[in-house]
Design a binder for this molecule. Structure first.
Ligand code: SDX
Length: 426
C-alpha cells in the first residue's frame, strides 16, 4: 500500500500522507490540506472521516467483527463480567486478580451520592424522561468532585460506581417509590438490580438469571468506537471539560431515537405491530416507503454492512432469559418474524440493513419488568466504561486538539445594515 496519496486540484498536485491502523484500515491524513491548498473536505455525518486514532475498540462492519482492546466480543460475552470488561476498556488490559479485586472493591465503596444530591431527584416531575435525570445528575457530580489530574482515576471510579445509583434513583423517582440505597455486599449488577426492584419493606432477592443476562447486556453495550455519543464525549472532552460534563453530554447524544433511544422505539414499534393485527409484510412495506415516516427501528447501521454481532448474541440471550423465567412474550416472536421477512426483502438486502444491538435488547429489559423509558438508561449504563475510556484516552493523547470542524458557507453575501424605517422587504 502506498504511503501517500496525490490530490490534483486547480493545476496543483498535493502529496498527502497515508496512515494505516493495526488491522490495515487506511486513512489519508488531511490535517495539512487547507494550509497547502485552501481547500477543505466535506463529509456530512462524518461517514468517511476519522476523528482520531484509538486503541480501544475495533469494528469491521463488512465482516461483523467487534473487539474490545483486541478481545472478540463473543469471548468476552461468554467468559467475562461487566466490571472486568469495564477495567479492560478503561485501562487497556484484562485485570489480574489483585487489580480486579481492588477495582470491584472501589466500585462498591463509592456508590453513594451526596445527600444534597439525593434531594435533587425530588425536583423532577414523575413524567420526566429518566435520560434527562441521568444526564443532569452525571453533570452535577462535577459540583461535588473537583476535576484535577490527581483526581482523574478516582473520579472515574466515582462515576462508574455512582451512575447505577443515579439510574436506580431516577427510576424510583418516576415510580413514586422510596429510594433504595446501594449495598456493598453484592456484585455491580446485583446491586443495580436490588436498587431497582427492592423496597424498604421488602428486599429483592437477586435473580441469577437476570444478573447473568444483565451482565451480558451491559458487556455488549460497553463500547462501539466513534459512535455518535462517544464522539460527543470526545468533542466536549476536547475542550478540556471534566469527565462528568463530557459524559453528561454523551448521555444526551445517546438519547436520540436514531442512536440509543432506538431500543425504546423498537419495543413501542413491536407493541404497535402487535396491536395493529396487520401482517409483517405490511409493516416492512411501510418501512420501505420513505414518505411513510416509519422506519424499522432496531434495523440498519452506519458501520455494519453485515449482522451486528451483538444482535446475534442478544437474540439468543432473549430466548434463554424468557425460557428460564417461564415468560412467553409475543413481542419476541413478532421481532423474529419481522427479521425473517425483512431479511428476505430486496430493499433491506440491497441496503445491507440487518438487526442492530437495539433490536432484541428491549425484550430482555421487558423480562426484567422495566418500563420502555428506562431502556436507553440501561444502554447508557452499559456504555459508561466505553465513554470513560474514550475521554481518558483523549486526555492522555498528546495529539489532541480542541475539536473545531470547518464548514462550507451557503448564506447571504456581504450586505449593509438598513434601519427598520428604510427596509422595504423582509
Ligand atoms: C445504535 O454508531 C454506532 O455504533 C451506534 C450503535 C452503538 O453501539 O453506539 O451501534 C448503537 O445507535 C444502533 C442504531 C440504532 N438506531 C436504529 O435502529 C434506528 C433505525 N435505523 C436507522 O435510522 C439507520 O439505519 C441508522 C441511523 C442506524 C443509520 O443511518 P445511516 O447510516 O445514516 O443510513 P441512512 O439513514 O442513510 O440509510 C441508508 C438507506 C436509506 O434509504 P435510501 O435513501 O438509500 O433509499 O437505508 C434506509 C434509508 O432510508 N434505512 C432504513 C432503515 N435504516 C436505513 N429504512 C428502513 N428502516 C430502517 N431502519
Amino acid at each position: 500500500m502506498s504511503d501517500s496519496a496525490k490530490l490534483l486540484f486547480n493545476g496543483h498536485e498535493y502529496d498527502l500522507p497515508v496512515i494505516a491502523g493495526t488491522e490495515g484500515e487506511t486513512a489519508i491524513d488531511i490535517r495539512k490540506l487547507r494550509a497547502q491548498s485552501q481547500v477543505i473536505t466535506l463529509d456530512p455525518g462524518y461517514g468517511n472521516t476519522g476523528s482520531c486514532r484509538s486503541a480501544i475498540t475495533f469494528i469491521d462492519g463488512e465482516k461483523g467483527i467487534l473487539r474490545y482492546r483486541g478481545y472478540p466480543i463473543e469471548q468476552l460475552a461468554e467468559n467475562s463480567d461487566f466490571t472486568e470488561v469495564s477495567y479492560l476498556l478503561i485501562y487497556g488490559h484484562l485485570p489480574n486478580q489483585t487489580e480486579l479485586k481492588q477495582f470491584r472493591y472501589d466500585l462498591s465503596h463509592h456508590t453513594l451520592v451526596h445527600e444534597d444530591m439525593r434531594h435533587m431527584f425530588d425536583g423532577y416531575p414523575s413524567s420526566a424522561h429518566p435520560m434527562a435525570i441521568l444526564s443532569s445528575m452525571i453533570t452535577t457530580l462535577s459540583a461535588f468532585y473537583e476535576d484535577t489530574a490527581e483526581n482523574m482515576d478516582l473520579n472515574i471510579i466515582r462515576l462508574l460506581a455512582k451512575v447505577k445509583t443515579i439510574a436506580a434513583f431516577a427510576y424510583k423517582r418516576l415510580k413514586g417509590q422510596p429510594y433504595v440505597y446501594p449495598r456493598n455486599d453484592l456484585s455491580y449488577v446485583g446491586d443495580l438490580l436490588q436498587m431497582l426492584f427492592s423496597f424498604p419493606t421488602e428486599r429483592y432477592e437477586v435473580s441469577e438469571v437476570l444478573e447473568r443476562a444483565l451482565n451480558l447486556v451491559l458487556i455488549l453495550h460497553a463500547d462501539h468506537e466513534q459512535n455518535c455519543s462517544a464522539s460527543t464525549v470526545r468533542m466536549v472532552g476536547s475542550s478540556a471539560a471534566n469527565v462528568f460534563a463530557s459524559i453528561g453530554a454523551g448521555v444526551c447524544a445517546l438519547w436520540g431515537p436514531l442512536h440509543g433511544g432506538a431500543n425504546q422505539e423498537v419495543i413501542e414499534m413491536l407493541e404497535q405491530i402487535r396491536d395493529s393485527g396487520e401482517n409483517y409484510q405490511a409493516w416492512v412495506n411501510r418501512a420501505k416507503d420513505r414518505d411513510s415516516g416509519f422506519r424499522l427501528m432496531g434495523f440498519g447501521h452506519r458501520v455494519y454492512r453485515n449482522f451486528d454481532p451483538r444482535a446475534r448474541i442478544l437474540k439468543r440471550a432473549a430466548d434463554e432469559v424468557l425460557q428460564e423465567l417461564g415468560i412467553n412474550d409475543p413481542l419476541l416472536d413478532i421481532a423474529k418474524h419481522l427479521e425473517e421477512v425483512a431479511l428476505k426483502d430486496e430493499y433491506f438486502i440491497e441496503r445491507q440493513l440487518y438487526p442492530n444491538v437495539d433490536f432484541y435488547s428491549g425484550i430482555i429489559y421487558r423480562a426484567m419488568g422495566l418500563p420502555t423509558n428506562m431502556y436507553t438508561v440501561m444502554f447508557a449504563l452499559g456504555r459508561m466504561p466505553g465513554w470513560i475510556a474514550h475521554w481518558r484516552e483523549q486526555r492522555h493523547d498528546p495529539d489532541t486538539r480542541i475539536n473545531r470542524p470547518r464548514q462550507i458557507y451557503t448564506g447571504a453575501g456581504n450586505r449593509n445594515f438598513l434601519p427598520w424605517y428604510e427596509r422595504t422587504q423582509g
